[in-house]
Write a protein that binds this ligand. Sequence first.
Ligand SMILES: Cc1cc2nc3c(=O)[nH]c(=O)nc-3n(C[C@H](O)[C@H](O)[C@H](O)COP(=O)(O)O)c2cc1C
Length: 181
Amino acid sequence: MKTALTLSGSIRKGSYNRILQQHMGRKLTQAGVAVTEISLKDFDMPIFNEDLEPDHVPEAAVKLAEMWRSHDIVFIASPEYNGGVPPLLVNTITWLSRQKPSVFRHAVFGIGGVSSGKYGTIWSLSHLRDSLTKVGTLIVPTLLGIGPADTAFDDNGDPVEPGIIRKVDQMVTELTHFSRG
Ligand SMILES: Cc1cc2nc3c(=O)[nH]c(=O)nc-3n(C[C@H](O)[C@H](O)[C@H](O)COP(=O)(O)O)c2cc1C
């Protein structure tokens, strides 16, 4: 059975990206994938600083790195802050990029995001894709930018727009098709 790890770049209460993370988890489960859903709240890491290496690498970075390596699929829901990737996600990826062996070359990744603007995180997803690709990550092509956030989901946490529903299905197909396991 294929395995997937899902996470969100927002840990705030009521996060729309958490809603997307949970929706993607349900869709992957329906596709026969064993899903592990995590919150970055449980992987606390200080702001990365090379002086912290090698003696003060957070245990959370070591643990999360192993989780990224051991799953077939990783799905990241990312908010957009000032047209870019939010600091929580940048810091997490920075710490993970320092763990050996690489955490980027095992799973197939899907990235998506929800934001209050009508362009729905397309700028942050572009930055995130660019950065992850540069360190060797295979990311499926579907652009899953969702916005405006406040009208994007119904009471069950499922997307309402037919175009978004189609894109989620497309990403699930890509993730299950391209992953090992
Ligand atoms: C510091 C900051 C910068 C933001 N910049 C953007 C932006 O560039 N584009 C956008 O559409 N929304 C922006 N927003 C609004 C977020 O999209 C909105 O708060 C969203 O709900 C965050 O995701 P979350 O609900 O998962 O926490 C910003 C919010 C914050 C706090």
